[in-house]
Design a protein around this ligand. Sequence first.
Ligand code: C2O
Ligand code: CU
Ligand code: CU
Length: 471
Amino acid sequence: QMMHDMGSMSGNGAHNMMPKAGNKPVLPEGQPLRELPRLMNEASEAGLFKARLAAEQGLARFAEGLDTPVLLYNGGNPVIEAHEGDRIEISFKNGIPGQPTTVHWHGMPVPADQDGNPMEPVASGSEHIYAFDLPAGSAASYWFHPHPHGLTAEQVYRGLAGIFLVKPKDDPIPTEYGDTVLMFTDLRLAEDGSMPESNMIDLMNGRVGDHVLVNGQKNPVLAVAKGEKRRLRLFNATNARFLRLTFENADMMLVGTDGGLIEAPVGVGEFLLAPAERVELIVSFDKPGAAKLTTLDYERGWMGPGKPEEAGMTLLTANVSEVAAPSVPPLPAKLRTIEPLAAPAVTRRFALTESMGGMEMKFLINGASFDMNRVDEVSKVGQVELWEIANQADMDHPFHVHGTQFQVVERVKDGAVAKPPYRAWKDTVNVAAGETVRILLRQDLPGQRMYHCHILEHEDLGMMGTIDVEA
Ligand code: C2O
Ligand code: CU
Ligand code: CU
């Protein structure tokens, strides 16, 4: 639906001349921000969310007159919205010709055997039911995406990714602020509208496209009134884009991270959203005119030619009217309590390295490339652990752990130690080149969990490991 809506823009004679820059298709900008479709709950009983999800081929129209073959969930990548305490039952069908896939519930506390691990592929043409419960306290902005080993990057850049919102019983954020999903994806289009296959540079650096899209649109417009406050949830669903973002002409309060609300709002001028990270913001639009969400320069480390322009892209434009909004309740000073994790019983170290010998390009954790028949670490349910992730490579690697949320303790670079300014739950943390990040975590469910770099090309090339959590 989401992608097919774009088709309705064609067929208008006035737009038939396709604008081009060089040979690259130009995408239309400035359309009203589209809301992503919702996945309908088919259950009638309270507390149950039951639905069907299918990964399928489709056509999207990103540029005038050009059809792009894509992969989509249910034809439009619907948002799943459920509540804490709900039981989830998703009947999934893999309609991708010739490829296995899985559905991974990124960041969610689901049982290991329901988490779409690469060890549990759903064959092309097959179905699988994913079932799990959403525990109390799990409200957050999650997402879901394929995780078949070696094919994750391709299936995601071809379009497969969706948002999973878990809402709390009591939400401290005033409903007057709305709740707007901004899902960032990255698109590269060839002249004929197709998506080119990834090349060596893409595999090394992670595939970066030509256009960062929001809910499938380039630089869409959000209409707001002067004085309005909006709750925005930002999702980096790109394969490899590091989005350092600022909102020109608007004030941002950070209220949430990967694992839900933080304890109290924090004013921010800018922030980095690495691949797979999410934030929740309350944005105040107090000046009439255009308020733009734009990218700032970020040095993420780049190998070889073709370094993309990162700075100065406008991802979203808020048009702020002269007419003042009706007054709204203030943002509460206290959002929730996050207990610090207890002293760790175990310390683990993970060294991230790259090796580029001859024809071989490897991305390694503790010297090893991912092998699904090998268990790299063994842990225990309920045990607090300190993980020390040392990036000894020349580029940033966003590190992600399945099945739980963690707390960042400190970051060390060039001997300087930085503590996070606020406590937060995270499932992905960027580890900059040469940096060591220490995190505290605890797995509350048994089974095998993945940890990996969330540059999806690096994950596919082996920068992933398995930890077996014993009951
Ligand atoms: Cu979002 Cu193992 O991934
Ligand atoms: Cu994950
Ligand atoms: Cu990486």
